[in-house]
Structure formats: C-alpha cells, structure tokens
Ligand binder design. Structure first.
Ligand code: ATP
Length: 363
C-alpha cells in the first residue's frame, strides 16, 4: 500500500465503501431561449469513470456544473448518495474539479497550489505540506514542488491541477475537457495516468469530453447526450457494437449509410436480405448503417462501383467506394489487401449475414 492510499485517500477498502453514487433526475435548465438541459436522467455508479459525450452545445458542461454547484436547475434534482444537493453551495459540495485550462494560481508554487484547499480548510502547515507532497508524488511530480506554473509544461500543469483537485479527498471528481489543450502525445499519456489514478483511488468520476476516442478508451461507461437529454449510456464496447439509436451509431465511430428497403423479415440492401437490429422506422425506404469493418470489398471488373479514395491507417487501409447510385461507403481492409485496390479500381461491395441498424432515409 502506498502512503497516499492511507493518508490522502483512505485505504482501498475505504475508497470502495465511500465511493459516491450521483444521480441526475429530470434536470432542466434554460438560458433565455436555449434549452441546455431538457430532462436529463443519469446515474453515475460508485467508483466508476463515466464520460459525458456529445456534440457541442448538447449540455455536457451544464450537467457537470450542476453537480459542482455552479449552476442551479430550473427543475429536477442532483443527488449524491441519495441526498438532494441542489441547494448546497459549490464550496460545500465536496467535489474536486479539473478544467480545460490549467487554472493554477500563477503566483503559487506547485506544492502550494496543491495545498491551497487544505490551507483554506485550516489544515496545519506541516500536515498540509506532507499531504501535498504525497499527492505530487502520486502524479509523478515529486521533484517539481517548488516550481511555479509558468515553469511547467501543459501536461505537468494539468497533473498539478489533478493533484489539487484530489487533495481534499473529494467524494466526486469532475473533469471538464481536461486534456483538450494538450498536444496529442501528452494527451495519450495523461489519459492512462488519470485512469490509473482514478482506479487506484476508486473515486466516482464524471468526465466531460467531445472526443469520442478519449471517452471510449478511458470510461467504464459513456453517456451520449443530445439536445440536453440522454441518448444512451453504456459500456464502450456496447455503445460501439450495439448503439441504441442512429444518432449514437453515427456519433460514435464511423458509419456509412446505404439505401435499403424494408421487406418482410428484414431489409433488402446491396442485393441481399438482412435481419434488422433495433427499431424499424415506419417507412419502406430506409438507410442501412454499417461500420467500415463490416463491409467486404473485392476486386470485380464487372462492377460499376469504384474506389474513390484510400487512407492508410497502419494495420488497415480505409477505402471509400462509390456505388453505381452515387452512395459512398467506407470499408476497412487489412493494409496489404487495401494496397492492391487504389483509387479508380472496380470493386464489388457486400455485407455479412448479420443484423443491421436502419434509420429513416436522409435525403
Ligand atoms: P461544448 O462541447 O461546446 O462545450 P456542451 O455540450 O458542454 O458544449 P453546454 O456548455 O452545456 O454545452 O451548453 C449547452 C447550451 O446552453 C449551449 O447552447 C450554450 O450556448 C448554452 N449555455 C450554456 N451556458 C450558458 C449561459 N451561461 N448563458 C447562456 N447560454 C448558455
């Protein structure tokens, strides 16, 4: 057991028993004519990392700010361990928060930044310096305590911000796009580090991001929001493999739309009949949604379909194929197969015998 397990976060057992449950119940918030939250219902389980994902303006930050206590709902409630915290002011919410911009105090050293909240709580000097030092060690910056924010890289500053958020042993950790200001490589390292820390401490964490790869790679569950409501909340693999709606299917990962027709027992698409997964819209003409890895492509001189673009992705090559009716379909092939099919190649496209999602046709 590390020092921090005992002092800054309690024992692992404590962490597991103390981890909070967060519930958003029917949250509604309007800003003038804008409905930011339109009846958001969502539960964050004890100790999980839940990512809020969705297009710009769908209400992610507003939801997070309500949990932090920076916003008040017009109606609905925020519950922590069953207690309605809607009327508790932000400074008494017991939430640690990390923002996109590092927001460290520029005139304080890294150590004093981490110790700041403890000072506000009147923790004795020796104790707060000891705890701040442990947290710096936890985020891998034990040697940088005396540096000022401007003497630290973006990634290091964000680690300090994380240590500062954790110093008060909050019941929930709130992360608002904490990685989006960092360069790609640092972002990847910090993703792993935040995840490791969060697991180690067992702290219930809400993570706002618009980066689907970040959400899928870090979270236990991902909540996809749309226009102030929850569209689907599921583990990453389920969200990707069994999206509940066409919106989720197209927002998470890449999807192509291929025109099809609803027929007895399924949908007719690319010359075959496939079973339908999920809801069937009350129309005959639909679009079938398919992932690039589910599309098979082979050279076929007799076909009217043509490869119009190729993108090398390392292990795979992504082909864009234009069908005779103008529909563009993306298909991932093992790199060596994809390399043999350059732009202009005549190919045929087929789908495996598997249930497919359908959506109303987009004109
Ligand atoms: P982004 O990914 O772009 O940060 P978001 O999903 O976090 O978006 P929110 O910041 O929650 O979205 O905003 C939801 C909607 O509410 C947006 O249309 C936004 O313009 C509006 N909004 C949020 N805060 C305010 C405010 N204080 N005053 C007026 N409108 C606001």
């Amino acid at each position: 057991m590390t020092v921090l397990d005992k002092t800054a976060a309690g024992t692992a057992e404590d962490a597991a028993t103390q981890a909070a449950t967060v519930e958003f119940r029917g949250l509604r918030r309007e800003f003038g004519p804008t409905v930011a939250l339109d009846g958001l219902d969502l539960t964050v389980r004890p100790g999980e990392l839940l990512a809020l994902l969705g297009p710009s303006g769908c209400g992610k930050t507003t939801a997070l700010r309500m949990l932090a206590g920076f916003e008040h709902p017009d109606s609905g409630a925020v519950l922590v361990d069953g207690e309605d915290v809607s009327d508790i002011p932000a400074h008494r919410r017991d939430a640690g928060m990390v923002f996109q911009s590092y927001s460290l105090f520029p005139h304080l050293s890294a150590l004093d930044n981490v110790a700041f909240g403890l000072r506000m709580r009147k923790v004795r000097t020796a104790e707060r310096r000891a705890r701040a030092a442990e947290l710096l060690e936890l985020v891998g910056l034990a040697e940088k305590g005396e540096r000022y924010p401007h003497q630290l890289s973006g990634g290091q500053q964000q680690r300090i911000a994380l240590a500062r958020a954790l110093a008060l042993r909050p019941r929930v950790l709130l992360l608002d796009e904490p990685l989006s200001a960092l360069d790609a490589k640092v972002r990847l390292t910090l993703r792993e580090e935040i995840r490791r820390l969060q697991r180690e401490l067992g702290i219930t964490t809400l993570f706002v991001t618009h980066d689907q790869e970040e959400a899928l790679s870090m979270a236990d569950r991902v909540a996809v929001m749309r226009s102030g409501r929850l569209e689907q909340c599921a583990a990453p693999a389920e969200l990707y493999g069994r999206p509940a709606t066409a919106f989720v299917a197209e927002f998470v990962g890449t999807m192509s739309r291929i025109p099809g027709r609803i027929v007895e027992g399924g949908v007719e698409v690319l010359g075959r009949r496939l079973p339908v997964d999920g809801d069937v819209p009350p129309v005959t003409d639909v679009d079938v949604l398919v992932r690039p890895e589910a599309v098979a492509v082979r050279a076929d001189e007799a076909s009217d379909a043509r490869v119009v673009a190729t993108a090398f992705l390392g292990a795979t090559t992504r082909l864009t194929v234009r069908l005779a009716d103008g529909t563009e379909v993306k298909a991932d092939l093992p790199a060596h197969e994809g390399a043999a099919l350059g732009a202009g190649a005549a190919v045929s496209v087929s789908l495996p015998e598997r249930p497919v999602l359908v959506a109303e046709r987009r004109h």
